[in-house]
Ligand binder design. Sequence first.
Ligand code: NI
Length: 148
Amino acid sequence: MAVVRATRRVHFCAAHRLFRADWSDQRNRDVFGDCANPNWHGHNYELDVTVEGPVDPETGFVMDLKRLKELVERRVLLDVDHKNLNAEVSWLEGINPSTENVAVAIWARLAGELPTGVRLAKVLLRETERNWVEYAGPSAGGTAKGEA
Ligand code: NI
């Protein structure tokens, strides 16, 4: 039976600030640049959720992508869209909301929620047109990439 990957793309807008309280303002600015702005700023995030599994002989689907969309909405988008990632999202509490950290947290929100036989293959989170990260789960080892 053919094993296929299928992806649903969604968008959300959110505010954040990258900083460490144990660092000076100067060091935060040096490391995190504009993302360290104390009064927050926003990104238009693009999130690709990829699932993998055998093609169901009856439907021809790995998974109904409408169901995947609903799952991503319920487990992720309702919490993060038009929110402040530092202050308003319980599952990001205490996490510096870099694209990498948010992608890993999104993985954890989705991995256990898929139908039997379907596995989460990849979470790709794009913060800007030029910067994105990919996470393929703890067993596969995540990879991060992006071009400034
Ligand atoms: Ni930023």
